[in-house]
Ligand binder design. Structure first.
Ligand code: CAA
Length: 385
């Protein structure tokens, strides 16, 4: 099996690396400090095709494959995971959902501007009282003629403060549980929609996250994504794609933490030699590299499974969960080791090491915690689903 990248994949990787180093690196620390959404660089990413990498050009995307998406995500996240969060949600939770489940009219109206980066998309599943147990949601959509009237509160919605369109999952038939959930495309400039409190976050601070509130929001039935009652399956299928994106984000953070540690270990002197000469440091560097390469293989495997699924329709749930689980725990491991190797400097805001540490943590939580990933993997393994 040859894992050498094709010239096309090398090209997209290099383009993402150049953009991240030239445009994102100079502003990343400041946006992390203020929590200000990086609107200008996100617009540039849209113009370069990074906001809809896998969507065919006829719908405003770059027409590339999942591996290209993963490679670009890793490079962006090596420099700034917050940009990666915005990119990942737009690509794999919103564009992917609209492309896979949308009608032609929905693709023309919503996918095209989101994939080309002219508009920003968000995905809303979680509620204040339902996170891991996503099907326990309390928000409601009630049919009223050609519309649905939506009421309720959703939380932890990435990009909600800036999103033009939000993919909303809400209950249309509470008696049916998970089978009573439907998906809707929400236009955020319509009455009945407001944004709630913005979350003050530990990491990925430049990505904007808030609650959203529906109070009699009138959503045309034409904006329902997929059949009524199929929303939970759509939400889960889309999260399979999203989890590959978060795995790639985690790998980017891990690589950044590792690279900084190697270069510091080559420079820093202690007890008469470079600290890289000590086994205590060497073992950390070795474990970081080994876990990074293992995570990369799981991510490539999941990306290839997703690519195959475009033709076969086969689920890649387990591959996506394994990649996300292992890569996110690798990011946390590497960021933790990097702070330790850097000592006081790793704890200081003078270097981005403490940012890697703060950013890494969310990858073990959002789009399904590590515990949920283990549950998903085990259920598949045991044939329980
Ligand atoms: N693809 C397609 N269908 C799927 C599926 C998948 N990956 N996973 C489940 N389904 C289907 C099942 O086959 C089942 O279908 P039937 O009704 O025909 O039997 C149906 O969905 C219900 O499935 P389960 O019985 O397994 O549902 P559950 O209630 O036990 O929940 C769960 C399963 C894995 C715990 C799920 O709730 C889950 O993944 N929870 C975590 C949610 C999550 O990741 N939240 C993050 C939200 S996004 C975010 O983080 C914010 C952001 O902005 C980025």
């Amino acid at each position: 099996m040859d894992l050498t990248l094709t010239p096309e994949h090398e090209m997209i990787r290099q383009a993402a690396r150049d953009f991240a180093e030239q445009e994102i690196a100079p502003i990343a620390a400041a946006h992390d400090e203020t929590g200000q959404f990086p609107a200008a660089t996100i617009q540039q990413m849209g113009r370069l095709g990074f906001m809809g990498l896998e969507i065919p050009e006829e719908y405003g995307g770059a027409g590339l494959d999942t591996l290209a998406y993963v490679l670009a995500m890793i490079e962006i996240c090596k420099v700034d995971a917050a940009h990666g969060t915005i990119m990942s949600v737009n690509n794999s939770l919103v564009c992917h959902a609209l492309y896979k489940f949308g009608t032609e009219a929905q693709k023309q109206r919503y996918l095209r501007p989101v994939a080309s980066g002219q508009k920003i998309g968000a995905y809303s599943l979680t509620e204040p009282m339902s996170g891991s147990d996503a099907a326990a949601m309390q928000s409601r959509a009630v049919r009223a003629g050609d519309d649905y009237l939506i009421t309720g509160r959703k939380s932890w919605v990435t990009s909600a403060p800036v999103a033009d369109y939000i993919l909303l999952f809400t209950m249309t038939d509470p008696a049916q549980g998970a089978r009573g959930i439907s998906a809707f495309i929400i236009e955020t400039d319509q009455p009945g929609f407001t944004r709630g409190k913005t979350e003050p976050k530990l990491g990925i601070r430049a990505s904007a996250t808030s609650e959203i509130v529906f109070d009699g929001y009138r959503c045309p039935a034409a904006n329902r994504l997929g059949p009524e009652g199929q929303g939970f399956k759509i939400a889960m299928a889309v999260l399979d794609a999203g989890r590959i994106g978060i795995a790639a984000q985690a790998l980017g953070i891990a690589e950044a933490a590792h690279a900084a540690s190697v270069s510091y270990a080559r420079e820093r002197q202690a007890f008469g030699s470079k600290i890289g000469a000590f086994q205590g440091i060497q073992f950390k560097i070795a474990d970081m590299r080994t876990r990074i390469e293992a995570a990369r293989l799981l991510i490539y495997q999941a990306a290839l499974a997703k690519e195959r699924s475009k033709a076969t329709g086969e689920r890649y749930t387990q591959a996506a969960s394994m990649a996300k689980l292992f890569a996110s725990e690798t990011a946390m491991f590497c960021a933790h080791a990097a702070v330790q190797i850097h000592g006081g400097l790793g704890y200081s805001k003078e270097l981005p090491i403490e940012r890697y540490f703060r950013d890494a943590k969310i990858t073990e939580i959002y789009e399904g915690t590590s515990e949920i990933q283990r549950l998903v993997i085990a259920r598949q393994e045991l044939g329980l689903r």
